[in-house]
Design a protein. Structure first.
Length: 249
């Protein structure tokens, strides 16, 4: 009985936290980080301000949980694709996924573009987070795995590779407004096609079935690691708070 009651309590906390995160996500996009307060979120979520603080210690923790929940959904989406088809491990396929998943998720897009209207100082908070730094190392390990299996060019230092890859990809993320002035604004899927083609021509080497099968488990493991980081961060949103006495509420 105690175990089932605890399970129901945990599930209720998770549902409440997810509801608050849903509200916070919507308001963040509508109002922006600078204008939005915990009072606003609590009022729109139909809970007390103190209830919000049962899940998150600070306003930044709450909004960073909003970001991490979107990141978790994106990573789980890619893991499913990797398990369905080993060709998805190739660099041009992965970059295409990153582009489309970010462009379809406004908060991730705002983070990548450092959008001051939506995120404001939250961008600096996120960039300074140790968790974001850890998530970034997945790319380095991923590139090394592809290079070691002959699926990616090996004539660049990792520093140069990261810069060139990032610069090319960021161009696609940020060029919309500028290029639309010249009438060059294809649909999202067409932009993804063009980015995939550019990355394939610039970095990918012709794959073999053997190389794809060999590297696929490594790439899946890297994404599992990224997923676990997101899950661990979000646990603070769902776990019951520990009182000063050590007793659970």
């Amino acid at each position: 009985m105690i175990g089932s009651a605890r399970a129901r309590s945990t599930q209720a906390r998770k549902l409440r936290a997810d509801h608050i995160l849903d509200v916070a996500s919507d308001l963040l996009l509508r109002w922006g980080y600078a204008r939005l307060t915990i009072d606003d979120i609590a009022r729109h979520a139909g809970v007390g301000k103190g209830t919000v603080y049962l899940h998150w210690n600070t306003r930044e923790d709450l909004f960073y949980s909003v970001i991490m929940r979107q990141q978790l959904a994106a990573v789980e989406e890619q893991l499913a694709a990797l398990r369905r088809d080993v060709t998805e491990v190739q660099v041009h396929r992965l970059v295409r996924w990153k582009y489309t998943t970010v462009m379809r998720r406004p908060i991730l897009r705002a983070i990548l573009r450092a959008d001051p209207e939506i995120l404001g100082r939250l961008v600096q908070f996120a960039k300074g987070s140790e968790l974001v730094k850890l998530l970034g190392t997945v790319s380095t390990d991923y590139y090394r795995a592809l290079i070691d299996h002959g699926l990616m060019r090996d004539d660049l230092s990792m520093t140069d590779l990261l810069f060139e890859m990032g610069a090319m990809t960021m161009g696609f993320f940020t060029a919309d407004t500028f290029m639309s002035v010249f009438g060059a604004d294809p649909a999202l899927e067409r932009k993804a096609d063009l980015l995939e083609d550019a990355i394939r021509r610039s970095f990918a080497l012709p794959p073999t079935d053997e190389a794809l099968r060999a590297v696929a488990p490594m790439v899946v493991e890297l994404f599992e690691r990224s997923r676990e980081m997101c899950v661990e961060y979000l646990k603070q949103s769902y776990a019951p708070p520990v009182l000063p006495t050590g007793e659970q509420p």
